[in-house]
Design a protein around this ligand. Structure first.
Ligand SMILES: [Fe+2]
Ligand SMILES: [Fe+2]
Length: 193
């Protein structure tokens, strides 16, 4: 599929408002790649497809998780997490995307994970800070992103975790592991300099 066909296939999955968010994530991810590196084609693709099935009905996602062997543990956590794993499955099945690095960036864009790749970090951070985003702390995230992907991402995960704490919700363990890992990376870098 060429770029235009991929964009059209993606746009069809979601309402206009979500599509504007996706375009914001693509533009922001491209800016981050210009600043920090990263394969431009992979960045474009993963950013475009990251929310492929965000607007799908919850029961459709649940069925896919159960029937396609996706991690059943997801069902015990917030539904917000489901579209990331289901999305990676769906773009492979429906659009023929085979690049595992791109699929991983989609799969972990909401939760993060340990040892995040440059591509994972760019997509996850762009999702937090694209121009349409407005939540407490987003300005700080954008400011940190001027010099450090890792520091900006930690601020992003902090905002997610604080929100979940405030709401009395469970926290997906991978997000805590991702945050710990990023903090260690930052600490090592500070010790060296
Ligand atoms: Fe998402
Ligand atoms: Fe998103």
């Amino acid at each position: 599929m060429n770029r235009e066909a991929l964009m059209e296939a993606t746009r069809r999955q979601m309402p206009e408002r979500r599509w504007r968010h996706v375009l914001g994530v693509v533009a922001t991810a491209e800016e981050l790649a210009a600043r920090f590196g990263g394969d431009r084609e992979q960045v474009w693709l993963a950013a475009l497809l990251h929310d492929y099935c965000k607007a799908w009905p919850v029961d459709r996602m649940e069925t896919i998780i159960r029937e396609q062997g996706l991690p059943a543990e997801l069902l015990e956590y917030d539904k917000e997490l489901w579209h990331a794993h289901v999305g990676a499955w769906a773009v492979r099945e429906e659009l023929g995307i085979r690049d595992e690095a791109v699929l991983d960036a989609i799969r972990y864009h909401t939760s993060g994970r340990e040892n995040m790749t440059l591509l994972d970090k760019i997509v996850c951070l762009a999702d937090y800070m694209e121009p349409g985003r407005d939540f407490p702390g987003v300005h700080k995230i954008r400011e940190l992103a001027n010099h450090s992907l890792e520091e900006a991402l930690v601020a992003g995960f902090d905002s997610t975790i604080s929100f979940l704490l405030e709401k009395g919700k469970t926290i997906f363990p991978l997000t805590v592991l991702a945050r710990n890992d990023l903090i260690r990376t930052i600490e090592k870098r500070t010790q060296k300099s």
